[in-house]
Design a protein around this ligand. Structure first.
Ligand SMILES: Nc1ncnc2c1ncn2[C@@H]1O[C@H](COP(=O)(O)OP(=O)(O)O)[C@@H](O)[C@H]1O
Ligand SMILES: [Mg+2]
Length: 407
């Protein structure tokens, strides 16, 4: 067979170009909204990724509730999942179109949209399944957001479903951001940790040097999820998070509560490991609030203690699983948690003084833009026909090209 014909035309024309424009779209476990970034990629003298614009579209209360219901078992129904799958694409399209208006770029100049989608279920642990040749273990992941609807609403090709290909070759389908963390923040001068604090906290360890093979990543535990839930419950959804950590700053930390929840076996488990909304959702927060009640903590004390618990899970992970093996000079925090200065101070206090805790905004990337940027970079890799997974991070058998292209 003629090799050229075997490769879709879009891949040929993409690879032939010297510069590219990709829009990355991310909506994470916090269910707060959609982050959209426009990334300019040039090939001259090694790949350069430049963030041109970041646009954030917060979800309405109604939209947040729709997604939240779908994530909850057993209350979600297949018709509700379908509604979110197609309805979400309109939010994504709005984010893309507003990003284009604000940045002054035309849809025709954009090569592709890289859409992560909204994770509603992630199941990397095999579940018994009746296969055609007898029972086998099935793994899977589900990100909602219909690519065809988004492509039609924006008139731009869409790359989506990044995690499935990694799972198809035995990987956990996550985390996928470490490759682009390496491209954006890797240093030959010093060891760094990229600490994302979204709904969940996760760390990418970038040891000093240029070896992709030494990168590893894992979930440290909760991110903002417990803090958000306590604040939302107390304010009857008037406030959805602790803005800049002001409530936490005014409260007193109760170490007894932290010690109690640090007994969870998750914190004694070595990486690779991952956690999610399934663990730190509403039920966990209820238990946390009850424990705070045993110590007669006020609302602000409870928020302060939840903030310190998140900081402790992060510092503990470093001390147990990273610092004994690697020399680390900087922690670059990203995700919405980077805007909570009380949380940042608490992380710094719990780490050795020589490690500097800062945020990725100091490196020119908006705190909430990193994941959208990671998926823009991953989409670029896919359009070049190059793998986007790191097998030592996801556990996949082989590196694979990720995603599905919708024209
Ligand atoms: N100004 C702020 N002060 C403190 N926390 C904030 C602020 N803005 C956003 N956040 C936190 O960041 C979260 C969203 O972070 P994000 O990185 O988008 O997470 P995810 O990837 O899970 O969607 C919010 O739910 C909130 O907890
Ligand atoms: Mg978000």
């Amino acid at each position: 067979m003629n090799e050229k014909k075997a490769t879709p035309h879009i891949l040929h024309s993409y690879a032939a170009k010297k510069e590219h424009l990709i829009i990355g779209l991310m909506s994470g476990t916090s269910l707060d909204g959609v982050d959209a970034v426009l990334v300019h990629i040039t090939q001259s003298g090694g790949e350069q990724f430049t963030l041109k614009h970041h646009y954030y579209l917060p979800y309405s209360k109604g939209m947040r509730e729709k997604i939240s219901r779908v994530c909850r078992v057993p209350s979600s129904h297949v018709n509700e999942i379908l509604d979110v799958h197609f309805g979400l694409s309109h939010w994504y399209a709005k984010a893309v179109n507003n990003l284009l208006i604000e940045s002054g770029y035309k849809a025709t100049s954009i090569d592709a949209i890289s859409m992560h989608g909204q994770t509603v279920w992630h199941s990397p642990v095999a579940t018994p399944f009746p296969g055609p040749d007898g029972e086998f273990g099935v793994t899977g992941t589900l990100q909602l957001g219909n690519a065809s609807v988004l492509a039609k609403l924006t008139d731009i090709p869409v790359i989506s479903d990044f995690r499935s290909a990694d799972m198809a070759v035995g990987g956990e389908g996550a985390p996928l951001a470490p490759y682009s963390d390496f491209m954006m923040f890797g240093s030959t001068q010093e060891g760094r940790i990229i600490q994302n604090i979204g709904g969940i906290g996760n760390a990418t360890v970038l040891p000093k040097g240029d070896q992709q093979s030494s990168i590893f990543a894992f979930d440290t535990g909760p991110g903002n999820m417990i803090i958000d839930e306590i604040v939302s419950l107390h304010t009857n959804m008037e406030q959805l998070y602790d803005d800049e950590g002001k409530i936490g700053k005014s409260g007193k930390v109760e170490e007894g509560v932290i010690e109690h929840f640090m007994k969870d076996p998750y914190y004694k488990k070595s990486p690779p490991k991952s956690t999610g909304r399934e663990v730190y959702g509403k039920d966990f927060t209820q238990t946390f609030i009850e424990k705070c009640g045993e110590y007669n903590l006020s609302f602000s004390d409870c928020v302060a203690t939840a903030t310190a618990f998140t900081a402790q899970t992060i510092a503990h992970s470093y001390k147990e699983y990273i610092l004994p093996r690697y020399s680390i000079s900087k922690v670059l925090v990203c995700g919405g948690g980077a805007l909570n200065s009380t949380l940042l101070e608490m992380i710094q206090q719990r780490l050795p003084k020589e490690i500097e805790v800062t945020t990725i905004s100091a490196y020119g990337i908006p705190d909430q833009g990193r994941e959208a940027m990671a998926f823009a970079i991953m989409g670029h890799r896919s359009l070049l026909g190059e793998p986007g997974n790191l097998v030592l991070v996801t556990g996949a058998r082989v590196p694979v090209v990720l995603g599905t292209i919708t024209l």
